[in-house]
Design a protein around this ligand. Structure first.
Ligand code: FEO
Ligand code: CA
Ligand code: CA
Ligand code: CA
Length: 655
């Protein structure tokens, strides 16, 4: 191991796993398959198309099903000029494209909302009427008749940053008093989801339709319903503070159901809870440990002002989180519903597709060493809805087990099946779902390096999963490409998306060939793939989320890669091009298009967040100096925002 490798071996704090099951790890299987690979020059087209590309490409073509060869054989087109890697504090799109800053944090959305206050003096009540913070997963729902020009843009707001959302006078610390309560309330109001009516103007730019009755904020205090095997009346869901479950938190990626609802997913919810009661640690349950719940949490300290988030005072509150939340964007009066049949994990996303008329939902559990899940409806979704049932309440949840030979199987998380019996201590299906991670441990699921988004190719139905990176802190330590600081994208297909077997391959290895010879030199350097989506033309869009403890740092092998970026890949050829680069300290996440593919929406999350590389030069951001790392987009306080991207000639994005 050279010095550089040793330096890269530093463990990211956001990368600490809680899976000590000893289940097999996919990295070991990848190493085994890579060592058998005959073509490994790193510079050839064969390497760029994936290690075992031929057989998978052939089989995915064969299952294209609904499309004739002629319709899809033209394939996707990478028609834009690549943008270079960038460390500048700006957003760059290819020549011939335009990017409009849209609905940044604090934009007035609901009636009575005040203007955004540049000094962050907006109150919690103000924030509840404004667009939330840290835009993440997103979908554009076209409205009838003029869907390319009018729609509902639904955006997740993953978390808040105390250095940026509070004023210098307030400071960033949560104190155990009314001032602390107000600050927690502002953070809660900055979380959740925004539903925004949007329309395209004659000049091609987009605007928020301020008076549309469908505009809505869902926050960390919005009342929530529960449905499926775990009901709100379950003993483990009884709060000692609130009469009913409230709020959704850490909404990372998302899903869109075939019936036109939005799924917001609860990812790093464990970080919000904490306690100063030292007796809690001694009583921490295996369930709490397995979900990474700790007395310190992620250091947000909400519990100091708000007992709802105090582990010792309100032990069951955390069981309200870790679910997929269904939201009907068209009905502002509808109550969001936590769909418990999809399991309780750190849901990155909930990517839906359809198979034999049934809904299929893929979801990664984004923690180092955790698993990939799939839910399959037990009847066609149209039939279930005609019977007044939710297709997300009636089906089977599976977890993925990969085999080293490139095959794999989906193991059912069903009470009474396999290891999940009464004799083994599993009370019922609700128990299996509240303890989803432990049930998957018991079945021998395959550990992964932080599974993030999942994308399903709309025509071939191939599935792409980003494994963002891993520090290799879970024993047994993996061989070869370990730690895995750059991540990779796994591609697999079920013969049918509802089947219980699949085959898998590595679609792309992320990274920089200067540090890792396995990465093709023909490929643009990028790291930590997170967002992924396949557009209707078949282009694979890849968005990166290099952690701010690694971004731009030579000691982490990230100096050539620059700021986070978005790339596009042709899945038929393996060609990749960098499409967009973001400002400093941000990640690029969330992508959606109008049906005509002529407008693309992309999110810039956490610009200006504390970033080791930039902190070393300019100082860490504070409430007194929030702009030390970035002043994107308007030259002042950094503000997460959507960007609306169009081609100046009005053409399709990417073409
Ligand atoms: Fe919120 Fe796993 O990214
Ligand atoms: Ca993500
Ligand atoms: Ca992130
Ligand atoms: Ca991420």
């Amino acid at each position: 191991m050279n010095t550089r490798d040793q330096e890269i071996r530093i463990i990211d704090t956001d990368d600490v796993g809680s899976n000590h099951s000893g289940n097999p790890h996919i990295q070991d299987m990848i190493e085994a398959r890579m060592s058998r690979r005959t073509v490994l020059s790193g510079t050839t087209a064969v390497a760029a198309t994936g290690f075992f590309g031929g057989s998978l490409l052939a089989s995915s073509g064969a299952q294209a099903g609904g499309l004739s060869g002629g319709e899809y054989c033209a394939g996707p087109v990478l028609g834009f000029a690549e943008v270079p890697a960038s460390s500048a504090d700006t957003l760059v799109v290819p020549e011939g494209y335009t990017a409009q800053i849209f609905a940044p944090w604090g934009t007035p959305l609901l009636p009575g909302a005040p203007a955004f206050a540049e000094d962050a003096s907006n109150s919690a009540a103000d924030q509840a009427l404004q667009v939330g913070f840290n835009h993440d997963g997103m979908h554009y729902f076209p409205l009838p008749l003029f869907g390319n020009h009018r729609g509902l843009l639904v955006v997740n707001h993953e978390y808040t940053d105390a250095n940026i959302i509070y004023s210098a006078a307030q400071g960033g610390t949560i104190t155990p008093d009314d001032a602390g309560k107000e600050k927690v309330a502002k953070a809660l109001a900055g979380h959740g989801v925004s539903v925004m009516a949007v329309s395209k103007k004659f000049d091609g730019s987009w605007e928020l339709v301020k008076k549309d009755p469908r505009n809505r904020r869902i926050t960390g205090t919005t009342p929530m319903a529960f449905s499926g095997p775990v009901s709100a009346s379950h003993p483990m869901l009884q709060s000692s503070i609130t009469a009913k479950p409230l709020g959704t938190l850490n909404n990372c990626a998302h899903g869109v159901t075939p019936w036109g609802t939005y799924l917001a997913c609860e990812e790093n919810w464990n970080g919000y809870f904490g306690t100063d009661d030292t007796t809690w640690v001694a009583s921490r349950t295996p369930l709490e440990a397995r979900y990474g719940v700790s007395a310190a949490g992620f250091g947000y300290n909400w519990h100091k002002a708000e007992p709802r988030f105090d582990l010792a005072q309100n032990r069951n509150e955390l069981n309200h989180f870790g679910w997929v939340v269904e939201i009907d964007p068209y009905n502002p009066k509808s109550q969001p519903v936590k769909r418990t049949a999809l399991g309780r994990i750190k849901h990155e996303g909930a990517t839906c597709t359809e198979s034999k008329g049934r809904v299929v939902v893929y979801s990664g559990d984004d923690e180092n060493g955790d698993y990939l899940y799939k839910f399959v409806g037990n009847a066609p979704w149209r039939k279930l809805r005609l019977q007044g049932k939710s297709p997300l309440d009636h089906g089977t949840l599976y977890v993925a087990k990969f085999h080293a030979d490139g095959s794999g199987e989906w193991l059912p998380l069903v009470h009474g099946v396999g290891a999940l019996t009464m004799e083994n201590g599993w009370a019922d299906q609700a128990d299996v779902l509240i303890r989803t991670r432990m049930a998957a441990d018991a079945l021998g699921a395959t550990r992964l390096h932080r599974p993030e988004w999942v994308a399903v190719h709309p025509h071939t139905k191939d599935v792409f999963v980003t494994l963002t990176n891993g520090s290799g802190n879970n024993a047994p330590v993996n061989s070869g490409r370990d730690p895995n600081p750059y991540g990779h994208i796994v591609r697999f297909h079920d013969a049918d998306n509802s089947d219980t077997t699949f085959s898998w391959d590595i679609f792309l290895l992320a990274g920089d060939p200067a540090y890792d010879a396995n990465v093709p030199a023909t490929q643009p350097v990028f790291g930590s793939p997170d967002g992924i989506w396949v557009d209707d033309s078949g282009l694979v869009w890849i968005q990166t989320d290099i952690s701010n403890s690694s971004q731009n740092l030579a000691s982490r092998g990230y100096d050539n890669i620059g700021n986070n970026a978005m790339l596009a890949a042709n899945p038929d050829t393996g060609e990749v091009r960098r499409f967009l680069t973001g400002p400093r300290g941000c990640e690029i996440t969330g992508v959606s298009m109008t049906p005509d593919q002529r407008t693309m929406f992309v999110n810039v999350q956490h610009p200006g967040e504390s970033t080791t590389f930039w902190n070393n030069q300019f100082g860490a951001p504070t409430t007194a100096n929030p702009s030390s790392v970035s002043s994107w987009p308007f030259g002042g306080r950094p503000r997460p925002a959507t960007v609306v991207i169009r081609k100046l000639d009005g053409g399709k994005i990417g073409s």
